[in-house]
Design a protein around this ligand. Structure first.
Ligand code: MN
Length: 374
């Protein structure tokens, strides 16, 4: 490999350096103070690679989005894609064109200070090179060769700075199942502790409100057990989407209230049948909820409902979802009597026994899950 051509050290760039009219990166420069942000100033040049490159940067700004940039004529034409690159040709994603970025931005990762333009964390989500098929004012078509993403895409300008991003190739994973909707939770039957104790996993029953949480492109939708969309009522759960990032997942759990020490409380939280946004914000602040997660129905392109309880739990735990407003309480293999006793001692409603080798029965009440009251 030839030695990297050394670029001249970047001049100390400040806001005082006025953007020249017609300069390709004038807007990029005008929006930033390079004395404050760690982002590269346009003076930093990188050597040209053989193939034009692309990058997708996950940007945890005020709203999570993915910045898609293609190398072209010495700069990086850029689009902010709120839900990330669409994995499926059936679903197009909005892409908002932003200012061209300098080539040196292609491997930028770091923390843009709060209060600065785009303040928040940037990390490279995918990078690689592309074959260009077409570059027209309203249509850009290319095939990506990234570490994560491979395949043919097109960006189509709709109006203003708004574009649609469409995958032209079949899904990268040929066995991919579309992101589901309209699922209903599996329900437990009431009963007593099972005799074959070791064939069951035991979880605390919180007596909360059952919800399914759909997470796609870092955005969540929360549905109650009847399929009503209650997302807007629980704004404190929205950051769960950020925590999940680009993973596509449908989670099962129950909503409980949090006490002053941010500990979960048994029982159903307030329904928040309030009229105004301010009342909703007040309720979220004064009486926050947490979702106690205990199952996963879909993960990264595949329904997981046919997997056993043990396998689903292991996938769920792999997501490491533990934050103030979402938790993944552990389950106990066997020894249900001890957990039931503990639940009693803490004034909790009971335990749920779940057969370790059982599948998830969507929308059904099944004897594979037994609710045992304390
Ligand atoms: Mn961005």
């Amino acid at each position: 490999m030839p030695a990297k051509k050394k670029s001249s050290p970047p001049k100390k760039a400040t806001k005082a350096k006025k953007a020249k009219k017609g300069e390709p990166l004038a807007t990029y420069r005008a929006k930033r103070d390079f004395g404050v942000t760690p982002e590269p100033s346009p003076e930093v040049q990188l050597p040209h690679a053989d193939k034009p490159r692309f990058v997708v940067q996950e940007h945890h700004a005020r709203a999570l989005h993915w910045d898609f940039r293609l190398e072209r004529d010495g700069v990086l034409p850029s689009w902010a894609v709120p839900k990330g690159l669409p994995p499926d040709p059936k679903v197009n994603h909005l892409a908002v064109q932003t200012e061209d970025h300098p080539l040196s931005y292609i491997d930028f990762e770091g923390e843009i200070p709060k209060g600065e333009y785009g303040g928040g964390t940037v990390k490279v989500w995918d990078a690689g090179w592309y074959d260009l098929e077409k570059w027209e004012p309203k249509e850009v078509m290319f095939t990506l060769h990234g570490d994560r993403v491979q395949g043919k895409y097109v960006l189509i300008k709709t109006r203003g700075n708004q574009w649609l991003m469409h995958r032209m190739d079949p899904p990268q994973d040929p066995t991919r199942e579309p992101f589901p909707s309209g699922l209903r939770p599996m329900l437990a039957k009431k009963g007593t502790l099972p005799a074959d104790d070791s064939a069951f996993g035991f979880e605390i029953a919180w007596g909360g409100r059952r919800v399914l949480v759909y997470v796609e492109g870092g955005r969540i939708e929360v549905e109650d057990a009847d399929g009503n969309n209650v997302t807007d009522r629980y704004p404190e759960l929205s950051r769960l989407g950020r925590a999940v990032g680009s993973t596509e997942v449908v989670l099962d759990g129950e909503l409980v209230g949090l006490d002053r020490d941010e500990q979960p409380m048994a029982g159903s939280p307030d329904r928040r049948d309030v009229e105004t946004d301010s009342a909703l914000r007040r309720a979220a602040r004064d009486h926050p909820v947490a979702v106690m997660l205990f199952d996963v129905l879909y993960l990264d392109g595949h329904m997981t409902t046919e997997l056993t309880y043990t396998e689903r739990r292991s996938r769920l735990e792999g997501l490491n979802l533990a934050g103030g407003n979402w938790q993944t309480p552990s389950y106990h293999k066997g020894d249900g009597a001890a957990l039931l006793e503990a639940a009693r001692g803490q004034g909790l409603p009971g335990v749920v026994a779940k057969r370790l080798d059982s599948a998830y029965a969507i929308g059904k009440r099944s004897a594979d899950w037994v609710l045992v009251s304390a």
